[in-house]
Design a protein around this ligand. Structure first.
Ligand code: TXA
Ligand code: MG
Length: 336
């Protein structure tokens, strides 16, 4: 049975947090909000707990999980935090940035998919921080969606997809960004983006120096050698076929000329106004944060609709736009 409890995202009720923390301490799974997407969490230090995550998600066990800490101080007890991050940690965390560190044996090998490294972050969400603190252990948590499905950005989606598969769901409404954290790895050449996310390269470079963005991280080319184990899997996808035309003008022309009635059109409000047909809206293209927040829910709407397939256009790859385009490219097939 899944316990579902409402919790305020800014001022969480300590009694609810205590109940969730006890479940984590006893090896169970808790779905909780972060500032990016919902996570499906368990005690990162215990093999059997971590295995419960893979079981609930149906996730292949060679795709490592992100481990969440309540502070940089706590992180130091479990991983080898590099000196350069120590110096800027207060400017990165709490926040939607995951950094790969050398792990110690204290983090379960299953959370690391047997790698010696582990992706870590301190989430900027009072519920998540209180849960980690109260449990007293780092919490391993992938995005809470079932494997290959779009990430979960609201408690309504979490309940629909995971009721009966996990021990507890914290029902805290919508997440802030609606897209996952930026994953970074340090190399001799500087920081490299493994997965673009909620914080853009432009905002990180003043803190971390020049950041390497490969074609694979943009998901602009087919990937022969995945940068991160997560890259080789189908991701974020609607169940129906989604096509994309990245160029906005080519998209508009093609939809007006060729679209069949059974194809859903997923687009910005501005493009919808030009097309003058019923669309699944992503919000205004003037605000890429709004587009990011509406993206995964739009994929879910496509699946729930009577449409046979869908088509989506591209957005500028600046700021959070790089993450938007990465998710769109991973979820769709190019039409032009
Ligand atoms: O915003 C987020 O990051 C959310 C919330 C819940 O924190 N979590 C999330 O986790 O998106 P997940 O498991 O869906 O994605 C984790 C990504 C995967 O692409 C995985 O391959 C990569 O991080 N990753 C984790 N550990 C890694 C490691 N040691 N080396 C390279 N990549 C790693
Ligand atoms: Mg995920």
């Amino acid at each position: 049975m899944t316990i579902i409890r409402k919790v305020d995202q800014v001022h969480p009720d300590p009694a609810v947090i205590k109940q969730a923390a006890a479940i984590i301490q006893n090896g169970g799974t808790v779905v909780f909000p972060t500032e990016t997407v919902y996570g499906l969490g368990a005690d990162a230090t215990t093999d059997s707990s971590v295995l419960n995550i893979y079981k609930a998600k149906g996730r292949p066990a060679d795709n490592p999980l992100i481990v969440h800490f309540s502070s940089i101080c706590m992180m130091r007890e479990y991983v080898q935090v590099s000196e350069d991050i120590e110096a800027v940690a207060g400017r990165i965390w709490p926040g939607p940035v995951t950094i790969i560190f050398q792990s110690t044996e204290r983090i379960s090998g299953f959370a690391r998919a047997s790698l010696r490294t582990v992706g870590c972050r301190v989430p900027a969400n009072p519920v998540a921080l209180a849960l980690i603190d109260s449990a007293g252990v780092p919490i391993a948590a992938p995005s809470a969606n079932l494997s290959t499905k779009p990430s979960i950005v609201s408690s309504a989606e979490a309940i629909e997809e995971l009721d009966g598969r996990v021990d507890m769901i914290l029902d805290a409404g919508d997440t802030f960004f609606g897209i996952e954290s930026t994953v970074l790895k340090s190399s001799r050449k500087g920081y490299e983006i493994l997965r673009p996310g909620a914080i853009g390269v432009e905002d990180l470079e003043p803190i971390l120096g020049k950041i390497i963005v490969s074609e694979a991280a943009r998901a602009a080319s087919s990937v022969d050698k995945p940068l991160t184990p997560g890259m080789k899997y189908r991701h974020y996808s609607p169940g129906k076929t989604l096509y994309r035309i990245e160029n906005r003008e080519a998209f508009i022309a093609t939809v007006l000329r060729d679209r069949r009635k059974d194809m859903a059109v997923i687009c910005s409000d501005e493009v919808a106004a030009i097309l003058g047909i019923e669309c699944i809206s992503l919000g205004s293209e003037d605000n890429l944060y709004e587009i990011a927040r509406n993206l995964f829910p739009a994929f879910r709407k496509l699946d729930a609709s009577a449409y046979r397939n869908g088509i989506i256009h591209g957005f500028p790859e600046s700021g959070i736009g790089l993450a938007i385009m990465n998710r769109i490219r991973k979820a769709s097939l190019p039409l032009l």
